[in-house]
Design a protein around this ligand. Structure first.
Ligand code: CUA
Length: 345
């Protein structure tokens, strides 16, 4: 009997660990895999909470078990204890001290949280911050690299390249409903409320690829509203930004030309932009450099020709409810369109 109980406890503990691993304490989207100073503050706070709360939980569990054990071993019908002033005084002292300790712990955490939050907002003074505008849509992320010169503004989607060791200032807004920007390796969550732009700051301390997620329920495909943050050495980032400023290359082969013609004469052009062409739609993601991205459909599928074909022909199957309509293209037109899209590096 005891063995069965032990086995069950082990199974439950392993299940809990497995659930934690898949839920957010894993790999590229991980609060504890710190990739910047803000996340470090949050992780320290988390560790402090865990240690203190665990100690308190163990003490309360011991006290409860002891009381329960005492209850079962004592005779139920016992004469009431005679009034004992010294014991009453002792109990009052114990309860009073525990209330005092609880208050001290709560205030310690309150101050800890205050200083962690303050260190993040202190970055707002950095005049060299990289200014990126993020607009939440159902269900994708519009990303704009702001610049004083309008023609230098870069528009992309779902993939945020940032340099290491530089303050990143995000201007957050929403085009429809409330979303929440959450890149756990860097900073806490921040809501995107339509019509109420807000700011957040963070820094990346090392190069890498990290994932983020919309953290506020925003409709049917909320779970598939993800993004990627690629942190790069400053020189590599500047190169990427310069490449993104360029217009899309003109199609060279007949197949690519046919693909561009398909794009410009079907519903694609109604919603998407390709810089340097007539396509200027603002409803869906900007596709000027779509082939340079690692994922499509807001982090739902890897950016391969096969997945792109599936997405174009039947996006409703991959993300039911998405604004992008189904397409009825001939196999030849689809092949040409894919060929053209693959040139948009
Ligand atoms: Cu956007 Cu949930």
């Amino acid at each position: 009997m005891r063995k069965v109980f032990q086995q069950r406890s082990v199974t439950r503990a392993l299940t809990c660990i497995a659930l934690l691993r898949v839920s957010g304490c894993r790999g590229k989207q991980n609060v504890l895999d710190v990739a910047g100073p803000q996340a470090e503050g949050v992780a320290h706070l988390w560790t402090g909470f865990l240690i203190v709360m665990s100690i308190i939980w163990v003490l309360v569990a011991i006290a409860t078990a002891r009381a329960a054990f005492k209850c079962t071993t004592q005779k139920l019908i016992e004469p009431p204890l005679p009034h004992n002033p010294s014991q009453n005084k002792f109990l009052t002292w114990v309860v009073g001290s525990l209330v005092g300790v609880t208050t001290i712990i709560l205030f310690a955490f309150l101050f800890g949280e205050f200083f962690v939050a303050r260190s993040a907002s202190a970055m707002s003074q950095d005049v060299n911050a990289l200014n990126i505008k993020i607009i939440g849509h159902q269900w994708w992320w519009e990303v704009q690299y702001m610049d004083a010169v309008a023609s230098n503004i870069v528009m992309t989607a779902n993939e945020i390249h940032i340099p290491t060791d530089r303050t990143i200032q995000l201007q957050l807004d929403s085009a429809d409903v409330i979303h929440s920007f959450w890149a756990p390796n860097f900073e806490g969550k921040k809501d995107l409320v339509p019509g109420h732009p807000t700011l957040m700051w963070f820094k990346a301390s090392r190069p890498g690829s990290f994932r983020g997620q919309c953290a506020e329920f925003c409709g049917m495909q909320h779970a598939h509203m993800r993004f990627v943050i690629l942190t790069e050495e400053p020189s590599k980032f500047e190169q990427w930004l310069a490449d993104q400023r360029k217009s899309a290359p003109d199609p060279k082969t007949d197949e690519q030309k046919r693909g561009q013609h398909v794009f410009m004469t079907t519903t694609c052009i109604m919603c998407h932009s390709i810089q340097g062409t007539d396509a200027g739609g603002l409803v869906g993601p900007n596709l000027t450099h779509v082939a340079s991205r690692t994922m499509i459909a807001a982090g739902s599928r890897p950016n391969t020709v096969g997945h792109l074909a599936g997405w174009i022909m039947d996006p409703q199957k991959i993300k039911p409810g998405v604004l992008m309509p189904q397409h009825t293209l001939t196999p030849q037109d689809l092949r040409a369109l894919l060929e053209y899209l693959e040139t948009l590096k």
